[in-house]
Design a binder for this molecule. Sequence first.
Ligand SMILES: [Zn+2]
Length: 350
Amino acid sequence: MNTLKYLLWVGAAVVTLFPSCKEKELDKTASVFETSSEHKTPFDSWLEVNYVQTYNMDYKYRMEDIEADYSKNLSPADVLQSMRLAKIIKHAWLEAYVETAGIDFMRRHAPAILHIIGSASWNNDGTMTLGQAEGGLKITLCMVNWLDAKDIQKMNSYFFRTMHHEFTHILQQDVDYPQEYNLISANDYRPNAWFNWKTTQDYASLGFISSYAGSMPVEDITEVTCCFVTFTDEEWDSVFLAAGEEGRKKLNQKVAIMKQYMLEVWKIDMDKLRNVVRRRMDEVVRMELLEPQWYTTPVKMKAVSDAALQQLSRQLREQWKDAAEYMDRCPNCCHVHNASLINILQHDNN
Ligand SMILES: [Zn+2]
């Protein structure tokens, strides 16, 4: 089991480093996941049917350190939040693409692993990574403990914008987008300073749909794609209004290339996808997200969650002394990296 995971992990790294390498054709008829050594809860059985058997996708909600970024302080996802998110992603993300592009498209392109992290993932520059895609194999989603299943706008901002963003990367890694896109804002990308654009006008006037779109061309077209699907009309229009004539012209060129690429290469009509996603997000708010049978073994599930939290809590408490000394030494510095520790201590108090 561990060997297989390690190979998957190494495989992801190799594909990321050498995207042009030819990959061996996957055997889509059999699942690569061996989960028989773990105690299976009713929720695991539901995942087996709805994720593994349907999409050959492993929904990893028990934090496994081999899958996580060692350089970050991360905490596991709450079990109930993981259950709710699994239902939401199935309805509003997987099935939205199935409805728009067909089940075969989704089976072929859905990531093999969806890795769920409870806490945020902070970077040294004070920004926060909401998720990442690795070589078309895996999508990691952070901040699952913040999930509010009644708030569509927050769910879009924290999860679905990230999901559509990372999925767009997976598609681009398969068939790249037209490179003429890169020329539209060629002189304005700022890989290390995009987060300094604070107001909408700062980035929109340069033809960027978000500040992060200004980091590099591939992130630009990816942001245009995911914002097109997840922004409300008001959010979308406000960027175009703030852009002014020159920025608007660039934005319109980018949207046109993105739509053409998605339609010609992937047979996805982006207007249709947006309507389907909006309808399904409205449905999510009214859905029963937790199945009654998922509660039949709450003690076992809690034990798994508690064990993971205790282990991480021990590690973080060891780091707390250094963190506290650092905060004393530098009261005006940014201390966001302690957010995970706070997250753990809050769990302890609940
Ligand atoms: Zn990206």
